[in-house]
Design a protein around this ligand. Structure first.
Ligand SMILES: [Zn+2]
Length: 267
């Protein structure tokens, strides 16, 4: 069985995050959890959480961390994420959310945050050609339109050029993203849980790169940690122990894998 994983994908708008999350979800057989999609679903279904989220969106405010966290907590409590893990898309956005996520995962922990990096001029080009379904938010482009003229393949909705995909609005959003996310990226880097991967190239090229980076990290750190909440196994306390240099012949470590593997990785 292909190992699962607990992954976070970061990247500014236009980095191809959504596309790559879907590909990673298929490759590692883990659910793709998009907080944007979840929020749209909750809002459409008129749940208490959806109504609350909508009230913030209506006034143009950011949805508070605890509201997003509550939604993610519910999702992470389901069987598929417990046993296989997840690839998170659109969350966390802030250090507070990342800390909240870590708390939710105890006694397990996040495996890796992947930052997809693309130069701003490329993002601007991509977003200028982007077209979005008004109903289900499926993404198309002038180069890859729906099969029937601007009618969504998935739901039959109208596919439009969003008004906020203008250059000025995009610049504003990119600046905001940068401000918000730089501390988060620094935070994951300090925890030795960050890899940055270039998002330039075809979706296939980029996902090959991502998978290689994830597998390299896995090889260097002794593999993904155990499924969530499996009794008898804990990955708590591993946060600082991601280096592959763990000493050969070192004494028993209560937080180490309970296996008979001699000598550690690569020996
Ligand atoms: Zn649609």
């Amino acid at each position: 069985m292909i190992p699962g994983g607990r992954l976070v994908v970061l990247g500014k708008q236009g980095a191809g995050k959504g596309t790559q999350c879907v590909r990673l979800s298929h490759h590692y057989v883990i659910p793709h959890i998009s907080t944007g999609d979840m929020l749209r679903g909750e809002t459409k279904a008129g749940t208490a959480l959806g109504v609350e989220a909508q009230s913030y969106m209506d006034t143009g405010e950011l949805i508070p961390d605890e509201v997003v966290l509550k939604m993610v907590a519910q999702r992470l409590d389901q069987d598929d994420t417990r046993t296989r893990g997840f690839v998170l898309d659109g969350f966390p956005r802030t250090v507070a959310q990342a800390e909240g996520l870590d708390d939710l995962l105890v006694p397990a922990s996040l495996d890796l945050a992947i930052n997809i990096v693309v130069p701003t001029p490329l993002v601007l080009r991509r977003l200028a050609s982007r077209r979005v379904c008004e109903d289900c938010a499926a993404i198309y482009s002038t180069a890859a339109p729906p099969r029937i003229a601007w009618i969504c393949d998935a739901c039959g909705g109208e596919v439009i050029h969003r008004e906020d995909d203008t250059e000025a609005a995009i610049h504003r959003r990119l600046d905001l993203y940068e401000q918000q996310t730089q501390p988060l990226i620094a935070w994951y880097r300090r925890a030795h849980k960050l890899v940055s991967v270039s998002g330039v190239g075809s979706p296939e090229t980029v996902s090959d790169r991502l998978i290689r980076a994830i597998d390299d990290h896995r090889a260097a750190t002794g593999g993904f940690s155990a499924p969530l909440r499996t009794s008898g196994m804990t990955s708590a306390g591993r946060a600082g122990a991601t280096s592959a240099s763990a000493g050969i012949g070192s004494g028993p470590d209560p937080a180490a894998e309970p296996s008979g593997r001699p000598g550690g990785a690569g020996s």
